[in-house]
Design a protein around this ligand. Structure first.
Ligand SMILES: [Zn+2]
Length: 150
């Protein structure tokens, strides 16, 4: 009865490649994965803070996707970890958009000579629904500052 084997099969777990088993992402991880502009230190979403992941997750989900963060819903996390094609496409799209916005900010700064406040105001007005809280505004302006300084 093969289902019986599957039922009790232990999933082989390995050290999380994102946080190297610590359960949280720090600046060293962010530097190693070249995500300086895109991530902040915090609980590791790749292993849900446990430091270990099922071995097949590494093949299913890119370790450095910015889409996979602790802000994702549990439902979307499950889909990603299953290797769901649509969820992986959303991750790819998210990462591409992030790259585009970084280029856009760099252009606003270097070509238009906009400063931090001008750039932030532009996005806050353009996407007012996304910036309803001060928390998100502060997070975004920190992101813009890093892009400008990079
Ligand atoms: Zn981890």
């Amino acid at each position: 009865m093969s289902f019986f084997n599957n039922l009790f099969k232990k999933t082989e777990k390995v050290e999380c490649p994102r946080c190297l088993g610590k359960g949280f992402v720090d600046w060293a991880d962010i530097k190693r994965l070249k995500r300086y502009l895109k991530w902040n230190p915090g609980s590791c979403a790749f292993c849900s803070g446990t430091g270990k992941v099922p071995k097949d997750r590494i093949k299913k989900v890119p370790v450095d996707t910015s889409y996979l963060s602790i802000e994702l819903t549990a439902r979307e996390l499950r889909k990603l970890f299953r290797g769901d094609t649509e969820a992986l496409n959303r991750a790819k799209q998210h990462d591409d958009q992030m790259d585009e916005i970084i280029v856009e900010i760099q252009n606003f700064h270097s070509k238009n000579n906009w400063n931090l406040d001008q750039i932030c105001t532009h996005y806050f007005l353009k996407h007012s629904e996304s910036f309803s809280s001060d928390f998100h505004k502060n997070e975004f302006s920190d992101f813009v500052r890093r892009v400008i300084e990079s």
